[in-house]
Design a protein around this ligand. Structure first.
Ligand code: 13P
Length: 342
């Protein structure tokens, strides 16, 4: 495995590949399993993730990295092989979610600040030893009538920068994820508002990264796409989303950042693929633009699996199809016709 952070970052955004976000916390994976009537136990979580990482068609061709939850990083497959080894054997980089979650901010109604800096240096040492070569920290920014506040933007971007500096010190590539949420009840949450807020957050983020001495060549940015809020009622095309998103990123993300890997954030699988493909098809950009999807890569696989061993092969095929469609989108080569033919 490559050991320089710059080389690891480049491998994470390899041509036509992207990142599988399989780092759902125990609470979140329970919600996903509830949706398919499957009990969430240490074993069922292991079985699920094991078959994803053993889906060689998807993993060998379209997945450059996998984000794990701490439990999974230290889990072994049914035959005793560490799950982290399955990922490396498939040629993908293992990564680890290191934040401790978005916690309510003192004195605010709906805003959160992501915690997890205390003891992080020591945890990173243990994760590195177990094979993790990149990490993820997610901050959450909420759009409403009177948010985000500067207090929230500043605190979250500052924490992300401190996390990123600690990662690089440990030889780990930080994924910096300041997510502007697309959910929320507000009708004034238009694509224009999302653009304005995302621009503000990313400007702040790169200023904080500079102050913390973070080497931009050794990080990956994981932003939201610029989209209308889910309850805004605004209808936009993939081309409009591509135009807003790319212009926002060009205004804020230095070209020394090797790659940008989007979160899906509640978009449907098809939307997440179509929007990414539109960006890569329409624009020349200084960075690789790819996916780091959770829900938009796993929804079909979960539905096909339903918690039953006899469905594993079908679920792996569903995962392979989604991974392939997103791999094409990372090249700007996805079309509706290819989607249907697959
Ligand atoms: P979604 O793609 O489901 O938003 O998850 C990606 C992720 O890792 C969020 O932190």
């Amino acid at each position: 495995m490559n050991e320089k952070i710059e080389d690891i970052a480049i491998a994470m955004v390899a041509e036509g590949q992207g990142i599988l976000a399989a780092d759902e916390s125990t609470g979140t994976i329970k919600k996903r399993f509830d949706g398919i009537d499957t009990e969430s136990t240490e074993e069922s979580r292991r079985d699920y993730r094991e078959f994803l990482f053993r889906a060689s068609e998807a993993m060998n061709n379209y997945i450059s990295g996998v984000i794990l939850y701490e439990e999974t990083l230290f889990q072994a497959a049914a035959d005793g092989t560490p799950l982290v080894d399955l990922i490396s054997q498939a040629g993908a980089v293992p990564g680890i979610k290191v934040d401790m979650g978005a916690k309510p901010m003192a004195g605010t109604q709906i805003e959160t600040v992501t915690e997890g800096l205390d003891g992080l240096r020591e945890r990173l040492g243990r994760y590195y030893e177990r094979g993790a070569r990149f990490a993820k920290w997610r901050a959450v920014i909420t759009i409403s009538e009177d948010t985000p506040t500067w207090n929230c933007v500043k605190a979250n971007c500052h924490a992300l920068a401190r996390y990123a500096a600690l990662c690089q010190e440990a030889g780990i590539v930080p994924i910096v994820e300041p997510e502007v949420l697309m959910d929320g009840p507000h009708s004034n949450h238009t694509i224009e508002r999302c653009h304005e807020v995302t621009e503000w957050v990313l400007k702040t983020q790169f200023s904080e990264l500079y102050d913390a001495g973070v080497k931009l060549e050794g990080m990956i940015l994981k932003p939201n796409m610029v989209v209308p809020g889910q309850n805004s009622g605004q209808k936009v095309t993939a081309e409009e989303i591509a135009s807003h998103t790319v212009s926002c990123l060009k205004d804020t993300v230095p070209s020394s950042v090797p790659g940008i890997a989007f979160l899906s954030g509640g978009q449907t699988e098809l939307e997440a693929t179509a929007n990414l493909s539109a960006m890569n098809a329409m624009y020349d950009m200084p960075w690789k633009l790819t996916f780091s999807y959770g829900r938009a890569l796993q929804a079909a696989a979960l539905q096909a699996w339903m918690g039953k061993a006899e469905n594993v092969a079908a679920a792996q095929r569903a995962f392979a199809k989604r991974a392939k469609m997103n791999g094409l989108a990372a090249l700007g080569n996805w079309t509706n016709e290819i989607e249907k033919a697959a």
